[in-house]
Write a protein that binds this ligand. Structure first.
Ligand code: SF4
Ligand code: MG
Length: 337
């Protein structure tokens, strides 16, 4: 494929005292340059692990990785630390949920933004500082020349998040991975940060992976969506397809538990009953079956024994027929959204 990032049959397993955690259990997806893929799921769905693995940030002593991660034609699963170190911050960059852990309190914001640029481009510290000022301006920090020598604690939460984005983009990465980048922020700042990411993507042409538990957040920014459950992708499609006619009962649940920002009703509709399964011993068959209200419609106990596969392209990993998915959504789910 001509995808910039291609993940094929990725398996990630951790050894723990309690046994083997199947954090990612056979995942495939493609991402093209200039596009944004939203990876959506509850915590423990494997969405963050997937991306740490792409960056080679997992602990090799306790983690077993199988499958293929091709970035611009380069295989990353077996890559050396040196290779990965070269990629990180340059070709691939990451934005985390919490800017306080990403930014050190001991160095100025400007110095930290400049650091990957100085390291990967081999420029002088002075040039790095100029670049940091330019980046602060791009991410909308007023009077960047006055703020470049501030320490992180002198920035507001929203400004720190902007500074972290500046740091991530300073080398003009081809791939930006944003893990819950706005979760810690209030709704107004969230919207500003997401708008900023979109604008910067236009300017830099990066591919973005946006990881979130909030379908509402991604649907405004992403082009394509991948819904993950228990370490597997259960539905994929363009944002438009997936929001207009979601197919998987888990996606229905995510939509149902989305706050209704557009209406007067602000409380969640129907949260998904139960909790995500332990990845030490995921349920057999469809991992969602203990929480799913549609197993009888499939019948024959199939949901508990036979694992549904996700087709390529638009589709969902669920034993309901296409017609059942359509009619249940239109008759039962949609009227309640
Ligand atoms: Fe529900 Fe069965 Fe579909 Fe899984 S396969 S989502 S349990 S109906
Ligand atoms: Mg996470």
């Amino acid at each position: 494929s001509d995808a910039f990032l291609s993940v094929r049959d990725l398996y990630v397993r951790f050894s723990t005292e309690d046994g083997i955690v199947k954090a990612v259990d056979g995942l495939s997806f493609d991402l093209e340059r200039g596009r944004t893929l939203g990876i959506v799921g509850e915590s423990g769905s494997g969405k963050s692990v997937t991306n740490l693995t792409v960056l080679g940030l997992h602990n090799p002593a306790t983690t077993e990785v199988a499958g293929e991660i091709l970035l611009d034609g380069q295989e990353l699963t077996g890559a050396s630390n040196r290779t990965l170190e070269k990629l990180r911050g340059d070709k691939v960059a990451m934005i985390f949920q919490d800017s306080l852990t990403a930014l050190s309190p001991y160095y100025t914001v400007g110095r930290q933004i400049a650091e990957p640029y100085v390291k990967h481009r081999g420029v002088s510290k002075r040039e790095g500082r100029e670049r940091a000022i330019e980046m602060l301006e791009k991410v909308g920090i007023p009077q960047p020349r006055m703020r470049v020598d501030d320490y992180p604690h002198q920035f507001s939460g929203g400004m720190r998040q902007r500074a972290m984005i500046a740091m991530a983009l300073v080398c003009n990465p081809d791939l930006l991975i944003a893990d819950e980048p706005t979760t810690a922020l209030d709704v107004t700042v969230q919207a500003q940060i997401l708008d900023l990411l979109k604008d910067l993507q236009q300017e830099f042409g990066s591919a973005i992976i946006l990881i979130t538990h909030d379908l509402g957040v991604v649907s405004n920014v992403a082009d394509d969506l991948l819904v993950m459950y228990a370490g597997r992708a259960v539905e994929r499609g363009s944002v438009r397809e997936l929001i207009r006619e979601p197919q998987h009962p888990y996606t229905w649940g995510l939509l149902g538990s989305m706050p209704r920002l557009m209406s007067d009703v602000t409380e969640p509709l129907t949260p998904i009953p139960g909790a995500p399964p332990s990845l030490l011993s995921p349920p057999p068959g469809c991992a969602f079956h203990p929480r799913c209200g549609f197993t009888d419609l499939v019948g024959g106990g199939r949901c508990a024994t036979e694992r549904p596969e996700l087709p390529d392209g638009r589709g969902s990993a669920c034993h309901l027929t296409g017609e059942q998915k359509r009619s249940v959504f239109i008759e039962t789910i949609q009227p309640r959204l």
